[in-house]
Ligand binder design. Sequence first.
Ligand code: SF4
Length: 353
Amino acid sequence: MEHPRNLPWKKTKDPYTIWLSEIILQQTRMEQGTPYFLKFIAAYPTVQDLAQAPEDEVMRLWEGLGYYSRAKNMHFTAKYIANELDGVFPNTYKSIQQLKGVGPYTAAAIASFAFALPHAVIDGNVYRVLSRYFGIETPIDTTKGKKEFSQLANKLLPPQQAATFNQAIMDFGATQCKPAQPKCVNCPMRSDCSAYQTKKISFLPKKSKKIQRKERFFSYIVINSTDVVFLHKRIKKDIWQNLYEFPMIEHTKLLSGYELEKHPFFQQFLIGRHFKIVQTSKTYKQLLTHQKINALFFDVQLKGQYLNEIKDEQEQLVTVPKEDINQYAFPKIINNYLADYWEKEMQQLSINF
Ligand code: SF4
């Protein structure tokens, strides 16, 4: 291809670097993922460096990228390679695909880019180019569609030039045959492109389903004193696993201040103590792939001498000095709240969000 994209991980054949970039870029736009890749490769230049990093540090570096199970799987895999495989990256498609967090797409990318193995990489760009050029209307989110596109891409792939072919077709999709307003006017494939000839460009590729999002409602209790705050680590198998948040009540709707005070979870550690809800935030929203999160933050102030006595039943709360709060990794919705409501306070404590 004459105009390849100049991406920092493309100049290497190091499987660790390629794997790291592919994990970071899963379900993430290139512009968003690139600064994270640069941060990670600077902090952890080798798989051993990543394997030895504390989990909280990895999560903190990942903060804001979403899909946090990726970070967890990535850290697990780094430890597996460093400890069980003596730091040597697997070098066959099958063994690469067995790594946690690595699916067919990522395995094909590592196999072809790092080891020159003949496996077609099929990302959104490739689906788009193939469906338009060949006029394929099979929905790409069906088993039948995935199989059909995979067979076609692997048939087109020149075995001796797998990496070049994969990179070229992805770059072509990203820069020329773009989702909206593809550059058909100067496209060298125009005369043979089925979608161009039949005016079906905007209909291809096809998808079968609309995403159904489950709506969830989180009422956060920001227990606040002059110098400390309570946080809770999300350890359950759910969204945002291993990130921190304020103690929270999930309900079928957002709670009012009155409903909050009556709730058993709230009463469990605050009943009988002198507290006051001094502020209720606006409603915050965050869209995830399959969920819509609504959150409200109640700023609850209470007298300092009680703070050390407070514990929830699972003892998952941690008391954090306010000036250390930026050492914890939070979901985006909490960072947005902190930026809005705590900015002044944090500036006084010389903390930058
Ligand atoms: Fe894509 Fe347009 Fe080129 Fe067809 S003519 S391959 S739709 S850019």
